[in-house]
Every structure is written in C-alpha cells, then in structure tokens.
Write a protein that binds this ligand. Sequence first.
Ligand code: NAG
Length: 195
Amino acid sequence: MHTVSLAAALAALSSTMVMADSPDPSPAVSTSLSGNGCPQGSASGSDTSFTFTRFSANAADGSTRQTLNCEAHSNVSGSGAGWQVAVSTVDAKGHVTLDPGARLDYYTTTFFSQNADVSGTTHGVITNNGATTLDTPITIHQVIPANKLVYSPCSTSSGYAGISNVNFRIALSNSNGAANAQIYNEQLSYTWRRC
Ligand SMILES: *[C@@H]1O[C@H](CO)[C@@H](O)[C@H](O)[C@H]1NC(C)=O
C-alpha cells in the first residue's frame, strides 16, 4: 500500500515539475489558418483554439474519398531566450455519420517554417465495423508521441521561437453507402524544453 501511494506521489510530483518547466510569463501565440477545411470567413478563434463552420466532408457514393485540412500557422514569441517549443496535443470535436465499412482517418503534421524538412505526423482512425450506421459525436485527442515531437529553433533574446505549422487533416472513405464527417473545433497545446 505504502509503495503504491509513494509511487503515485512521485509520479504526480515529477509531472508537476515537467509542467512547471515552461517560460514565465507564457509566450504569445498569434495564428492564421489556411486550407480547404477552413476557407476564409469560416473559421474563428484565436491563438490556440479555433472553431469551424465548413470543416465538413462527404463521401456519399461509395468508393469515394474526401480529404479536408486546416493548417494553423502560429508565431510563437515572447518566451525569453533559451527555449524550444513543440506542439504536444491536438484536441478536436466533431460528428460522424458512417455507414458500415466507412472510415475517418485523421492526421496531425507539425513542422516549423525555419526547418520545414523536419516534420512529425500522428494518425488516428474511426472505423464503422458494425452492421448499422454509426451516427455519433466524436472527440479526438491526439497526443504527439515523444519520437514525433518537432521542436522549434532555440528562442532568441527577443523571445521569438519560430513559426509553428500544424496541419490537421481528415480523410473520409467508404466502400458502400454514405459517410459524413464534421469538425467543429480544434485546440492546440505546447510543450517546452530549455536549450
Ligand atoms: C512574431 O510576433 C512578434 C511579436 O508580436 C513580432 O515582433 C514578430 O515580428 C513576428 N514575427 C513574424 C515572423 O511574424
């Protein structure tokens, strides 16, 4: 019993310490969006949290596939010198209607403009393996694994860490019947390390 609670206490302590190792005050993040999932005038929000009115894919005729994306371009600054930042999680909420056999794949690709050759992609999928239509709200929680975290250049004395690009993409496919997927909102969060 004591061993277990000590381990839990240590885990809580170490995760607190990791979270505490980030710039204070928090940096400013200024974001613009582009992509066919968020055409001009259809997205709102600021910094790290966006809502969409037209991030909606249909694959209605069987054997069709539709891909939509929204890419966030964020200037991360004001963190002081000596920090690197990486996008660590992407959360999204939406809705799917998937006939049997239909699937929704979703991908997050992150990179920094200063070093666009280095990117990391995380992939998830929602598949309807059942016999009836799946019609349900969805909550996507993508945690970028450690080996796919893409860190910014080291922040300069002005606090500038770089332009972070996050491409969130959905691909809807089906072999028979109909499928629809909508993304209503998206939220980014970051992790930091010293450099
Ligand atoms: C990033 O934001 C900072 C603070 O607003 C600004 O001074 C800087 O010019 C911006 N850099 C780029 C490349 O947009």
